[in-house]
Design a protein around this ligand. Structure first.
Ligand code: MN
Length: 259
């Protein structure tokens, strides 16, 4: 089984190589990842400039590895369309340092990389640990191996995009696995204004995380020391609004076309 590994923390991030090392037990691992940190670039794809990719000396001997001067989504598109020969059967994006929970999946580069695999028909998993310092990768690597084995044994559906988050704990402190839906977080981003000597600039600074820990959500699971697995798909349609908006479609058209 050939497994593609990407991330958004950059190709030399420790979480990526811990994951690669673990997945080598299950299959042939190929790494294609951004050459530098690309956190919070979401699903961004580079269309207005050329992309360079370069084969690098891997941190683990024998692992075919490329870095891309682009986003996680760029890396996956290049990997599948050009760099990797033969079929990719599974994709992991991570292990990210920092949680990707709730509304944040919409800006997550980790999820953006996995989404691109999913759109290309490959079962894809975004894997994150909820800490930025002293990150415990062990439980996440073991979980990745478990999932890869289940996929190899056809114990999981192939059409799958999973967003997995782990609390930053050693394996023996983790209390379980919850299959969840996305929670909500309220943003308290701060805009710092400054002047670079020539022009004004603005810097978006992430404020304190304000989670809404509703039972059954990914946020709730991780706050309760459990692993959260959320199945995602690409359809962002808000089905609960379809009927009320349909009732307005005639009005909108009339307003548009009235003199
Ligand atoms: Mn990241």
């Amino acid at each position: 089984m050939r497994i593609l590994v990407t991330n958004d923390d950059g190709i030399y991030a420790p979480g990526l190589w811990d994951l690669v090392k673990a997945l080598m037990e299950v299959g042939e691992v190929v790494v294609v990842a951004p050459d530098r940190e690309q956190s919070a670039v979401g699903t961004s794809v580079t269309l207005h400039q050329p992309l360079r990719a370069r084969k690098i000396k891997p941190l683990i001997r024998g692992v075919e590895s490329y870095c891309v001067e682009g986003t996680p989504a760029d890396s996956v598109i290049l990997a599948l369309g050009s760099l990797i020969q033969g079929k990719v059967e599974l994709l992991f994006s991570g292990i990210n340092e920092g949680a990707n929970l709730g509304d944040d999946v919409l800006i997550s580069g980790t999820v953006g990389g996995a989404l691109q695999g999913y759109l290309n028909g490959i079962p894809s998993i975004a894997l994150s640990v909820g800490a930025l310092e002293d990150v415990h990768f062990e439980a996440a690597t073991r979980l990745a191996v478990t999932i890869a084995r289940m996929m190899r044994n056809h114990a999981l559906p192939r059409e799958m995009l999973l967003n997995i988050n782990l609390p930053n704990l050693p394996l023996d402190k983790i209390k379980g696995v919850e299959v969840t839906h996305l929670g909500r977080r309220s943003y308290s981003d701060v805009i710092k204004e400054g002047h670079d000597g020539k022009r004004e600039y603005y810097w978006i600074v992430r404020g304190k995380q304000e989670w809404d820990p509703v039972e059954g959500t990914d946020i709730w699971a991780v706050l309760n020391d459990k692993i959260s697995i959320t199945p995602l798909h690409g359809d962002l349609t808000n089905t609960s609004r379809l009927d009320s908006l349909r009732g307005l479609s005639q009005v909108i058209f009339q307003e548009l076309t009235s003199p």
